[in-house]
Design a protein around this ligand. Sequence first.
Ligand code: SF4
Ligand code: SF4
Length: 182
Amino acid sequence: MEPELPRPEAPHFWQAVASTPGGESIIVCLRCEACTAVCPVEALEPKFSVRGTIARVRKGRRAEVLTDDALWACTRCFACDASCPSHARPGEIVAALRHLSLEAGADGLGPRHALAFVNGVRDRGRIHEARVWMESAGLAGLFREGFRPLEMAWRGKGPSLRSRPIDSITDVRRILAAGGPR
Ligand code: SF4
Ligand code: SF4
C-alpha cells in the first residue's frame, strides 16, 4: 500500500497571501528558482530560500512559514523581482509574508526591528537609530554588546536618546491611519 501523504496544515494559505498587498502574484510562480539563483542573502543565510519559502506557502505550511526567523533575512533588494520570468514579484511576496507574520503575533529580532521602524515613524515621523536598536535587541542585546555602547557614548559617538517629533507629525499619523503599514 502507498504511504499516505501528510495533509497540508493550511491548504488555502496561498489565498491569504494572494489577498495581502504584495502577494497577489503568488499563483503565477513557475518554481523555476531564478529568484533563488540571484538572491544575495541566500549565500550568507543558508536557512533562507525565497523560492523555498514560496513553495512552502503553496504546500500549506502556514505556521512553519510565519514563524520562520529566516523570513526577516531578506534585505528587500528586489534582485529576485527583476529576474522572475513570470513577474510573480517574489520579493514582494516575502514582504507580504512578513505582514502576515506580524499580524499573527511574531516575535524575535526581525519582527521587533520592523515594528521599531514603524513605531518611530508613527511617534516621531523619523527613525531614531538608538531607539530602533534598543527596541529591536532589548536588554538581552544590550548585555550581549558588553561595554561597547558605553564606550561609544564616552567617545561622543552615541546618539542622543531624545528625539522630538517632526513638525508635520500629525500629517504622518493621518497617512498611517488611512492605510499605512499594516
Ligand atoms: S518567484 Fe519567479 S523566479 Fe522565483 S521560482 Fe517563482 S517563477 Fe521562478
Ligand atoms: S528582495 Fe529579498 S528575497 Fe529577493 S533577492 Fe533581495 S534579499 Fe533575496
